[in-house]
Design a protein around this ligand. Structure first.
Ligand code: MN
Length: 733
């Protein structure tokens, strides 16, 4: 593949076709000479002086009608890497803008592509390439052209280098060229890569194409004549020519669609270029009126442009002898975009002031995917790994193949299987976050509905709503996934902070209630010492536990302040749970297993006496209260009860007991009762009698002191024997 090797003069002539400003021409000459001087004495592997590479790059750039700064940067793109010129020197000699461009191109160039053996490494490199390029589309264009010339001269590299560079070109650069719509470069890069990666197949297909070339050429020429005369008759302006598919696209179709060479439909291809959009449809009408179109093959990319801005009408018709032709119909402008994409759209126009930032913005608006691409490239933190990043690009940028529309007709490209939520996040983050419903083609649909090409999608939003975790199960774009995850994480953090505040308040209140200095004990170091006792390992979890009441603030308080009070209920619980049972006497003649110095009191409600069945109730902050086990007051709090026992080594002491006696009223009743009590050697603390005049009964309340249950039972039996006594009972308060 021999190419014309332009010199500096050729570049200047090409540039002067559209650049006329003397200052700009001077800049180009200065850049050309600067490059020639700095690269003097350097040679390409081909043996050519190095400047040949630079004039080639600059020349291709000039044919693309890029601006003078970009051509100058094309001349200079290797001086940092190969001549030791620094960014600052270049900025001083030319401008900051040119120095930045060259530096970015250099960065991309020094990343070595290692091939597919180490996917993670490869992905990491690709990511760096994208990041370096995403900042300024001119960097991509220079890099693509640089790569194009290197591919054209790849035969001088070693075979290993050839394979590595070709693989990288096919994996990275051709897809980028495709997405930017620069199909002229894309096709050439693909075919050159194909040649070096699969020489055998390349020549095989080239041979097949060649074999029937004259037969096909005849058919195409006949069709061109027929269509031409038809259009002339109808006075429609046009250019028409046959075109050949590039080899790699034929190969790809044979492989991916499992077709034999002769089955590949659009080998006979014709392109018609006309003046206006209306002309395109007119031409289509005439062609369909004359030739039978194959159903389902008509594509209107004028009404619905591809996301790389490509516009054209495609149809496939059956000509004479049943030969099949693919026909493309488009305007000159559309054709320029089809060939050069982004580069054509932003062709240099003299007199308009170039603004790199404005252009970048415009590109991002025109090419929605480019915006995402740039966002992905910048935001490294959102990606777990380089390979995930590549998978994202692959899915969201390079393999977008569902095209849906906003109600205003803006085309949004999404990966296969994408849902309204993916669409919503593509429109705007806030639209995604507040999406509550989706209307697809005028019908309300669930948010997880799979979208199809041509769907018109509208998102219903509602303020103050947020994404649901469920969305993560069905979204297809990483953009949506990341936005949802970030939102949920932020929400969780906020909730955590709220929990921490709640927990802190609960603990502070508890400390205050107990009269401790809140500041002193809310100290993180002090708190750290008690985490372990609650099976948490950090402040956040600890406060969360307090907030949701899985950690008891009272116990925390005790631990924190190191209280050794006798009425330590936590200690009781702990020891009971741990089944530690050292027995200790209490002054009341009671034993509580496991408790050392424990405040213990007799419950006033039921006043148990020695010998009663009893139970210990762990009170809140007032030690253990000993109740009769039948006391109604403890029946509902069994979880706070512990076993207590009377000490068999009976202490010499008395127990209070309250009795109530009901009797028919009569004279000397009270005297008889008091006599019986004293006969039983029981001390009376108080007596209180009341007469109920209606029932003619008397109720006597009696407080006594007894040694034990036996004495009390004996007393009660004797009172019961007193004349007119109806019953006697121990009081329950
Ligand atoms: Mn280069």
């Amino acid at each position: 593949m021999e190419h014309f090797n332009p010199g500096i003069e050729d570049v200047m002539n090409e540039a002067k076709k559209y650049i006329h400003d003397q200052k700009d021409i001077a800049l180009l000459e200065k850049a050309a000479n600067y490059a020639a001087n700095h690269h003097a004495g350097q040679f390409r592997k081909s043996g050519d002086p190095y400047i040949i590479h630079l004039t080639n790059v600059a020349f291709i750039l000039a044919t693309m009608h890029v601006g003078p700064v970009t051509i100058a940067a094309g001349f200079l793109h290797d001086v940092i890497e190969d001549c030791g010129v620094t960014h600052d020197e270049l900025a001083a000699d030319f401008s900051e803008e040119i120095a930045d461009l060259v530096e970015a191109v250099t960065k991309v160039g020094t990343l070595e592509y290692k091939g597919k053996d180490d996917p993670e490494y490869q992905a990491a490199n690709h990511r760096k390439i994208f990041i370096a390029m995403a900042k300024d589309v001119r960097v991509i264009i220079i890099k693509l052209v640089d790569r194009l010339h290197n591919m054209r001269t790849l035969q001088y590299q070693s075979e290993t280098s050839q394979r590595r560079i070709a693989a990288e070109t096919l994996d990275v650069y051709a897809p980028i060229a495709h997405r930017l719509g620069i199909s002229s470069i894309k096709n050439e890069l693909e075919d050159l890569s194909f040649l070096y990666l699969n020489r055998e197949e390349y020549y095989h297909i080239a041979g097949l194409v060649e074999a029937k070339k004259s037969e096909r050429d005849n058919a195409v020429n006949q069709m061109i004549q027929d269509i031409s005369s038809m259009l002339e008759k109808n006075h429609i302006p046009f250019r028409i020519f046959g075109r050949s598919k590039h080899l790699y696209s034929i190969y790809k179709k044979m492989v991916t669609k499992h077709k034999r060479f002769d089955e590949i439909l659009d080998l006979l291809a014709i392109r018609i270029i006309t003046k206006t959009e209306l002309n395109c449809y007119e031409i289509l009408g005439y062609i369909h009126a004359t030739y039978k179109p194959i159903p389902g093959r008509l594509k209107d990319y004028i009404a619905v442009p591809k996301t790389n801005m490509y516009q054209s009408l495609h149809t496939t018709i059956i000509g004479e002898d049943g030969k099949i032709f693919e026909v493309q119909i488009r305007t000159e402008d559309m054709d320029a975009i089809a060939e050069q994409g982004v580069a054509a759209h932003w062709r240099y126009k003299e007199g308009t002031k170039y603004d790199a930032k404005a252009e970048q913005r415009e590109i991002e608006n025109k090419l929605s995917w480019f915006k995402n691409f740039a966002v992905y490239s910048e935001d490294e933190s959102e990606h777990d790994s380089a390979s995930e990043y590549m998978a994202t690009l692959q899915r969201d940028v390079f393999e977008a193949n569902v095209y849906v529309m906003t109600p205003k007709g803006r085309v949004i490209d999404l990966p296969n299987g994408a849902t309204p939520i993916d669409f919503a996040y593509r429109i705007h983050t806030d639209v995604g976050h507040t999406a509550v419903g989706a209307i697809v083609n005028d019908a309300m649909v669930p948010l997880n509905t799979e979208l199809h090409t041509g769907d018109v999608v509208q998102i219903k939003t509602m303020k103050n709503t947020g994404p649901s975790e469920d969305w993560l199960k069905f979204v297809k774009t990483n953009q949506a996934r990341n936005k949802i995850r970030n939102y949920l994480q932020k929400k969780e953090t906020e909730k955590k902070e709220e929990n921490i505040r709640d927990g802190e308040k609960i603990l502070a209140d508890e400390l205050r209630k107990r009269g401790f200095d809140v500041k002193e004990y809310m100290d993180k170091k002090k708190l750290e010492n008690v985490y372990k006792e609650f099976r948490v390992s950090n402040y956040v979890d600890f406060m969360y536990g307090l907030a949701v009441k899985s950690i008891n603030p009272t116990i925390v308080c005790e631990k924190l302040t190191n209280q050794k009070r006798s009425l330590h209920e936590a200690e009781v619980l702990t020891r009971v749970l741990n089944k530690e049972v050292p027995k200790r006497n209490s002054k009341l003649g009671l034993i509580v297993p496991g408790i050392e110095s424990m405040k213990m009191t007799i419950a006033h409600c039921c006043l148990p006496v020695y010998g009663d069945h009893i139970a210990g109730y762990i009170s809140k902050g007032d030690g253990v209260k000993v109740h009769r086990s039948t006391c109604p007051n403890i029946q509902s709090v069994k979880n706070r009860l512990i076993d207590v026992y009377w000490d068999e080594q009976k202490a010499d002491r008395y127990y209070d007991s309250d009795l109530v006696v009901v009797a028919r009223d009569r004279s000397f009743l009270l005297t008889d009762i008091v006599t019986v009590v004293s006969q039983c050697k029981v001390t009376i603390e108080s007596v209180n009698a009341q007469v109920n005049h209606e029932s003619l009964t008397s109720t006597i309340k009696l407080s006594v002191r007894v040694q034990d249950l036996e004495q009390l039972t004996n007393l009660m039996a004797n009172i019961r024997k007193i004349e007119s006594v109806l019953f006697v009972e121990r009081t329950l308060h």
